[in-house]
Design a protein around this ligand. Sequence first.
Ligand SMILES: Nc1ncnc2c1ncn2[C@@H]1O[C@H](COP(=O)(O)OP(=O)(O)O)[C@@H](O)[C@H]1O
Ligand SMILES: [Mg+2]
Length: 240
Amino acid sequence: MLLKVHNVYAGYEGGDVLKGISMEVEQGTTTCIVGPNGAGKSTVLRVLSGLLKPRLGDITFENRSIATLTPRQILALGIVQVPQSHSLFPGMTVQENVRLGAYMLNDAALVERRLHEVEEKFPVVKTRAGDKAGNLSGGQQRLVEFARCLMLDPRLILLDEPSMGLDPRTFKQVVETIKVMQSSGRTIVLVEQNARTGLSLATNGIVLESGRVRLEGSHTDVLNNPEIGHLYLGGTLSNA
Ligand SMILES: Nc1ncnc2c1ncn2[C@@H]1O[C@H](COP(=O)(O)OP(=O)(O)O)[C@@H](O)[C@H]1O
Ligand SMILES: [Mg+2]
């Protein structure tokens, strides 16, 4: 297993939000976490990226405990999060923002090579290289955020609601981008409001409810679970 979360309790001043979460992520898979607002989905990602420390429990990455590491140390191991909301520096250019993704790398030639790779994958990085990131549409900014996260050649990518607020065309682009990352063997943990879309993209699904894992399994197990279907995949969710 690439990642193991074992009985993690974590939260904020108000108390535990995560109440004994366990999950495993295998190399090369995509795990989609779904569940109602406030269930603790973003908190799980925050714990994985080290922004929030578990009060109890353990997290291992490649068989090494990361529960007490700093966010920077975790980033250096190759766990990279694309945050939920606008995270680019709007006054900096697109290319400057993308280069920031590689700030940890000391090898200049490697940085140029990676930049070239992400330009190939995300043409907007090249065509709008000199434009201020703040002048791009929300969808274009999302793609630049993906490009920036790939600069570190991550071992595990954490995506918090990557489709949020996107117009249908950009939404499609984001879905395509996730598929490209999957086919190049990336390991992804994804939180998605649009449960059906997220689970369809994923290999594995986890349903979180009030800080507990209600159900986990292959994406079809979760999609086909009648109770879950009723709760999260009913007519009110779009079927994009
Ligand atoms: N920084 C914070 N300080 C205090 N409480 C928080 C903070 N962030 C989230 N919470 C609370 O933790 C719970 C889970 O939040 P979150 O993980 O963001 O849920 P989700 O992503 O599933 O919607 C919510 O009750 C929320 O109010
Ligand atoms: Mg959230």
